[in-house]
Design a protein around this ligand. Structure first.
Ligand SMILES: [Mn+2]
Length: 314
């Protein structure tokens, strides 16, 4: 595919140009407070009107899986319609062999089709205050671009601050990278909490929880426990139910954990979706693809599972 070749041959200047275009598109939609068919409030995107929805989850530097999925959805045609939406759940980089290729493609898509593409933030695109591993992106950039690697990395870190933190699609689906924040006040005031999570990330846990939390069976009264990851929390089904009520949606879709393409939790209210294989050869890559009528028929994450697709091997 041409996009794959452009990414593979990109010079430092080419990559910087793609990053600048994506950053410009992200800033513009925040200033305008809108995207075709929906609105933008800081880190929160709410899409009301759309024709088709595709969701791609963690890629972790697996550009082959990304290009296969893009080719299956015939992305140039798909994204040329601003009412078709392609949402990325974050974790573009680290672990796989081609973080630069995946990041280049993601920036190209957002810069070229700003109304059709939602780029969400994963914990591998976290602010510098959160130490995490493995983080090989800076080394891959330096190896490929040498002396210009530092400025490329700086520009990426600054663009990461404006990636979307949660997406609500039509009173049906709530999309996050990791999971749902657990504090009562955050759930009660979820729009404002998500909209400002990046700006407040040092004094509040909302950003950390969105990027790191995992769904688990939890028996404690408070409905959550500390995560073994060292950052974030495990949230129980009570938290999931309260988020569905607060946001008026039917299903939560998140990435963050490898699985056989997808996995359901919390009585079919939460779907984990995963889109890479290279760094996780025991698991399968998958993506979601459905139209607005199919979306309107959804009553839980179990209903969504019939729209999970597994990209065919070449
Ligand atoms: Mn993750």
């Amino acid at each position: 595919m041409q996009l794959g070749q452009s990414a593979a041959n990109a010079s430092a200047s080419d990559f910087l140009q793609k990053i600048a275009q994506a950053a410009g598109a992200l800033q513009a939609e925040r200033q305008k407070k809108s995207i075709a068919g929906g609105k933008v409030s800081g880190g929160l995107v709410e899409i009301q009107e759309l024709e088709n929805l595709a969701v791609i989850s963690d890629l972790h530097g697996d550009s082959k899986s990304l290009l296969r999925i893009l080719s299956e959805i015939r992305y140039e045609q798909f994204l040329s319609n601003p009412m078709n939406k392609l949402v990325f759940l974050g974790d573009y980089v680290d672990r796989g062999s081609d973080s630069v290729g995946v990041m280049y493609a993601a920036c190209h898509l957002k810069g070229t089709y700003p109304d059709s593409v939602v780029l969400m933030r994963g914990n591998h695109e976290a602010p510098a205050e959160f130490p995490f591993s493995s983080h090989d992106l800076p080394y891959e950039i330096e190896e490929r671009f040498g002396g210009r690697g530092k400025v490329i990395h700086q520009k990426l870190l600054s663009m990461f601050k404006t990636l979307t933190l949660a997406t609500v699609v039509r009173q049906k689906i709530l999309l996050v990278h990791g999971g749902l924040p657990t504090e009562d006040a955050v759930i009660a005031n979820f729009r404002e909490s998500i909209a400002t999570a990046q700006e407040n990330h040092v004094r509040s846990k909302v950003l950390e929880e969105l990027l790191w939390n995992d769904p688990r069976q939890i028996d404690t009264e408070q409905g959550w426990e500390m995560s073994r990851r060292g950052l974030g929390r495990h949230f129980g089904s009570g938290i999931s139910r309260r988020w569905l009520l607060a946001s008026g949606t039917k299903a939560i879709v998140r990435g963050h954990e490898p699985c056989q393409g997808f996995w359901l939790d919390h009585g079919d209210t939460v779907m984990t979706l995963f889109s890479c294989e290279e760094a996780y050869p025991k698991f399968k890559a998958a993506y979601l693809m459905l139209n607005a009528d199919q979306l309107d028929g959804i009553n839980d994450a179990g209903d969504l599972s019939r729209y999970v697709r597994f990209p065919k091997l070449p």
